[in-house]
Design a protein around this ligand. Structure first.
Ligand SMILES: NC(=O)c1ccc[n+]([C@@H]2O[C@H](COP(=O)([O-])OP(=O)(O)OC[C@H]3O[C@@H](n4cnc5c(N)ncnc54)[C@H](O)[C@@H]3O)[C@@H](O)[C@H]2O)c1
Ligand SMILES: O=C(O)C(=O)C[C@]1(C(=O)O)C=C[C@@H](O)C=C1
Length: 363
């Protein structure tokens, strides 16, 4: 596809990741960006993630064929309003905001038929351009919510464009989007943060909870480290759906509380078995809520330099590592090194190499 100029408003985790992916897949396209944080723009220029930046939304965006709004949702609405008198008729404005009804209503009010709502179902608890990852969209669902009058041509162009970045476009109504994401993303974030706040309030004077918290707590609360400004705006722009899901959650929590109170062993067992069975249907899908990950774990002595040692062995053999880190959660044992790869070939090759070096590997 021949896209010559792409614009960005907001160049943090998601904007930066999209810009990096575009530079990879559309070598000839030029990227222009605006962000309120000039240091992010300077960093992106230095690393060749963008070709030009502006310190305000101005005529430099006029000849963009696609503009991605990648700031928190209310700021995206504000930016759309500023862009409207600037852009040409063929330009597609799209966003990545985590809620859709509010911005779609705003686009309709502004009569902005160039707008197609977007929301990549991928991300991280990290924020800012430094956390941007060119592979973030690979195999991830990417929700699109066009306006009733958006031309089919524009929808097709955007679908092809994001498919080229490795994402899987899905078209959904904004109201359905907000209900679905309230349930699988927004309320889980509220719950994760609530759990962390509960521990902080209940911890013993010698902070045993903070010290002893292991894999279970850390797995379920990773997302509590996300940007408060972003989640504040998500809660404020999807409050109705979030409240509905919190009500259902409280109802379910009360039910299991009552069963535990009554020592109803059958009900307690069925509660865990129902959730385990349904959860297990998510994890083995190639695409879906949980992406297939090519991970191995290696028993290692927890000593300085061990990550570098293994990383350099793999890199000497041209194996790209997506993520690597020591997991010290298992008490009274040595560390476990977790390594995630981009593909199955890298995973298999690494297993061979590390087994030859007498490491114990788990898949
Ligand atoms: N983090 C995730 O996992 C995730 C996933 C999918 C979608 N989203 C959505 O993507 C958007 C961006 O999130 P992020 O994780 O990249 O956050 P981020 O904090 O990493 O980046 C946001 C960027 O927007 C900039 N910004 C803020 N206000 C601005 C304004 N008025 N004009 C221009 N730039 C402005 C910030 O300086 C920052 O660089 C949000 O709408 C969020 O809901 C986030
Ligand atoms: O993986 C994470 O850290 C995320 O929180 C990503 C996540 C989510 O799955 O809830 C967060 C917000 C988005 O709008 C989309 C994706």
């Amino acid at each position: 596809m021949n896209i010559q100029k792409v614009g960005f408003i907001g160049l943090g985790l998601i904007g930066g990741s999209l810009a990096k992916a575009i530079k990879d897949h559309y070598e000839n396209s030029k990227i222009i960006a605006y962000d309120i944080k000039i240091t992010s723009l300077e960093k992106a220029m230095k690393e060749n993630i963008i070709d030009q930046y502006t310190t305000e939304i101005n005529n430099n965006f006029r000849d963009c064929q696609i503009i991605f709004l990648c700031a928190p949702v209310e700021n995206n609405i504000h930016a759309m309003n500023k862009l409207l008198p600037i852009i040409n008729n063929n330009c597609i404005i799209t966003d990545v905001s985590s809620t859709k009804e509010k911005i779609i209503t705003a686009a309709l009010d502004m009569n902005c038929n160039n707008f197609i709502g977007g929301h990549p179902m991928t991300g991280s608890e990290k924020s800012g351009i430094s956390a941007a990852d060119r592979h973030l969209f690979e195999n991830a669902y990417y929700i699109l919510t066009p306006l009733p009058d958006t031309s089919k041509d524009k929808i097709d162009i955007l679908q092809i464009f994001i498919t080229e970045l490795g994402a899987l476009p899905v078209v959904i109504e904004p109201s359905e989007h907000d209900f679905v994401t309230a349930t699988i993303s927004h309320v889980p974030h509220v719950i994760a943060s609530t759990l962390v706040n509960v521990v902080s309030k209940l911890d013993t004077p010698d902070k045993h909870m903070h010290t002893l918290a292991a894999g279970g707590f850390k797995d379920i609360t990773r997302i509590a480290s996300s940007s408060p400004a972003m989640w504040q705006q998500i809660c404020l722009t999807n409050n109705k759906q979030i409240i509905k899901v919190i009500d259902k959650f409280q109802q379910e929590l009360n039910m299991i509380k009552e069963n535990i109170c009554n020592c109803d062993s059958e009900a307690i067992h069925s509660f865990f078995s129902l959730s385990r069975d349904y959860r297990n249907t998510f994890s083995d899908k190639n695409t879906g809520f949980i992406m297939k990950s090519y991970k191995i774990t290696v028993d290692v002595i927890d000593k300085p330099g061990i990550i570098a040692e293994i990383a350099s062995l793999l890199s000497k053999n041209n194996i790209n590592i997506k993520n690597i880190g020591i997991n010290n959660n298992r008490e009274h044992q040595q560390g476990v090194l977790e390594i995630i790869f981009y593909d199955i070939d890298s995973q298999n090759e690494s297993i061979k190499l590390l087994t030859n070096m007498n490491y114990n590997i788990y898949i």
